[in-house]
Design a protein around this ligand. Structure first.
Ligand code: C2E
Ligand code: CA
Ligand code: CA
Ligand code: CA
Length: 278
């Protein structure tokens, strides 16, 4: 028993060490990666369930490092937040998204939306609202085509500061999505107080929809969002039976590998052009 305990401890210790080494490596290469344009923004289509057509996209960062290989955003976003590198990186994503919106318009797709993930640190910057407004105006984008995705944990940590800022953005017609809904500290009272336009039901809930023993649980979540006047989107939809369920429960939109993975901008246009014309 003693022997096994020691072995476990050693494995744990080694895993921690590897994670630490990885963090250090990521941190070391972030700035260079930025200067060398190693970051790319991919876009994952969101499908309107009723029309069965693309209604918008979520912007997702990709980092292919010549030294570290492809690094998951789950890893480098965390490091970027801890080092405040998320500020310039977040700006890059927002600019890229508005540039994409502009090209969508030039290609005749003038009503598609783009959603951008926003870190709490960005929202806490004094000039965040100005930056959003300036970027929209530089690229001549209608604010209602931009959606900012924020997570519940953000809101609960800094509710007092964040709420009025979100309200200002919302007054300017920018959309606000609550990301990963249900994953964290969901509280319906928060939902009511915040100017949220879109509820993104977390993948863990969508995973519950498995076919035979499905219940109305996710359906109830959809109803809550819809009763509050929000657009409800299901994330991480991978299977047809999940989509069938979501159709039956009147969900508005889906995003997931079933329809498309996140893809680079140059692949988006063929996908859009392959859809039946309006
Ligand atoms: P998220 O905002 O919840 O983004 C959705 C994640 O689910 C993405 O992972 C996406 O590729 C993945 N996904 C979409 N559909 C499916 C599906 O059907 N099955 C499965 N298994 N996964 C699916 P990704 O791109 O690895 O991003 C991970 C997280 O990193 C994001 O989670 C977000 O929190 C963060 N992130 C990514 N880009 C940015 C960014 O530009 N800024 C900030 N602040 N965070 C970002
Ligand atoms: Ca998101
Ligand atoms: Ca999410
Ligand atoms: Ca998620």
């Amino acid at each position: 028993v003693k022997e096994a305990g020691r072995k476990n401890y050693m494995v744990y210790d080694q895993t921690m060490n590897e994670a630490f080494t990885e963090r250090v490596a990521i941190e070391k290469h972030l700035q260079n990666a930025f200067d060398n344009n190693e970051f790319q923004v991919y876009y994952q289509p969101q499908l309107d369930i009723r029309t069965n057509k693309i209604s918008g996209f979520e912007a997702l960062l990709r980092w292919n490092s010549p030294v570290l290989g492809s690094v998951s955003p789950l890893k480098f976003i965390k490091v970027a937040e801890d080092t405040h590198f998320i500020i310039p990186l977040g700006k890059l994503v927002l600019q890229n998204a508005c540039d994409f919106l502009k090209r969508l318009k030039e290609n005749g797709y003038s009503d598609l939306t783009v959603s951008v993930n926003i870190s709490i640190l960005q929202l806490l910057q004094a000039d965040f609202i100005d930056f959003v407004n300036e970027t929209l105006s530089i690229y001549q984008i209608e604010p209602e085509l931009l959606e900012l995705e924020i997570t519940e944990s953000i809101l609960i940590e800094s509710f007092e500061i964040v709420t009025p800022r979100l309200q200002i953005l919302r007054d300017n017609k920018v959309k606000i999505a609550l990301d990963d809904f249900g994953k964290g500290y969901s509280s319906l009272s928060y939902l009511k107080q915040l100017p949220i336009t879109t509820l993104k039901v977390d993948k863990t809930f969508i995973d519950y929809i498995v076919g035979q023993n499905e219940d109305d649980f996710v359906g109830h979540i959809i109803s809550i969002g819809k009763n509050m006047g929000m657009c409800v989107i299901a994330e991480g939809v991978e299977h047809q039976n999940q989509l069938d369920y979501l159709i039956r429960h009147d969900c508005d939109k889906i995003q997931g590998f079933l329809f498309s993975r996140p893809i680079p901008e140059n692949k988006i246009y063929e996908l859009l052009d392959s859809q039946v014309p309006p």
